[in-house]
Structures are given as structure tokens and as C-alpha cells.
Ligand binder design. Structure first.
Ligand code: ZN
Length: 130
């Protein structure tokens, strides 16, 4: 389990290093790795961690599900936009592991996306041996 303390309302954290560490500390050489967020207002995506692209991504989801657009769930804390944005991004990634390493392309990083911070967050990393 990875514990994250987000510091902003919307924040993207590259968690690739933490996942690699979990694989190193395990006894698994090859198989698959599940990265799964335990929250309903966060996302997990695999993509490039270039700062401009990260801002483009958060702008896109904000435009698709803008804050305060008359959602029914806003009666319970006003965070419906964050739930809907999280649904658009997805809440997990599955990545192959070979020779104790994640199979990632040159620009692929595992990104945790906070959409209703700042909060304490948990990301589950589960390894399954082949
Ligand atoms: Zn809510």
C-alpha cells in the first residue's frame, strides 16, 4: 500500500518509483502488477509525466465535468465534479512485470490524480506471479 498526502485540490503525482520499490521488495520475478486507488475522487492513469500534458489532462477533465454544474450529488459536500472526473480517468492500471521490472514504454509513467484534495490517500499495489 502506498500512502500519499496530497497538498492541492487537483494534483498529479508520479507514483512509478513507489510501484517499482514494491516490486523490488517482493519475491516476484514475473507476472502482473495491479495499481488501484481506494478512493472515489482520484484516478490512476498511465501516460507521460510532462508538466504541460498534465495540465492539459486536468483541464480536459475539468471541462468535461465542471465544478458546480447542478449535479445531484453536490448536496453531499459539493464534490460531484471530482467523482465524475475520476470516473472518466479510471481507478486502476495493470502492468506486466518481467525480470523484476515493470514493462513500461519510454514515456509511460504511473500517475495518481487527486481531484478533491488535499487529503490522505491510499493506493494498493498487488503483484501476481506468473
Ligand atoms: Zn462525494
Amino acid at each position: 500500500m502506498i500512502e500519499l498526502n496530497t497538498r492541492k485540490e487537483v494534483e498529479v503525482i508520479d507514483v512509478t518509483f513507489y510501484v517499482e520499490k514494491a516490486i523490488e521488495e517482493s519475491s516476484i520475478e514475473q507476472g502482473i502488477c495491479l495499481i488501484y486507488t481506494l478512493h472515489t475522487t482520484t484516478g490512476i492513469v498511465v501516460n507521460e509525466a510532462e508538466p504541460g500534458l498534465i495540465r492539459d489532462m486536468t483541464s480536459l477533465v475539468a471541462s468535461l465535468a465542471p465544478k458546480g454544474a447542478g449535479y445531484l450529488h453536490d448536496r453531499f459536500g459539493g464534490n460531484a465534479h471530482a467523482h465524475l472526473q475520476a470516473m472518466l480517468l479510471g481507478n486502476s492500471a495493470v502492468i506486466p512485470v518481467e525480470g523484476k521490472r515493470l514493462i513500461l514504454g519510454t514515456w509511460q509513467k504511473i500517475l495518481f490524480v487527486e481531484l478533491d484534495g488535499p487529503r490522505k490517500r491510499w493506493v494498493c499495489v498487488k503483484l501476481i506471479e506468473e
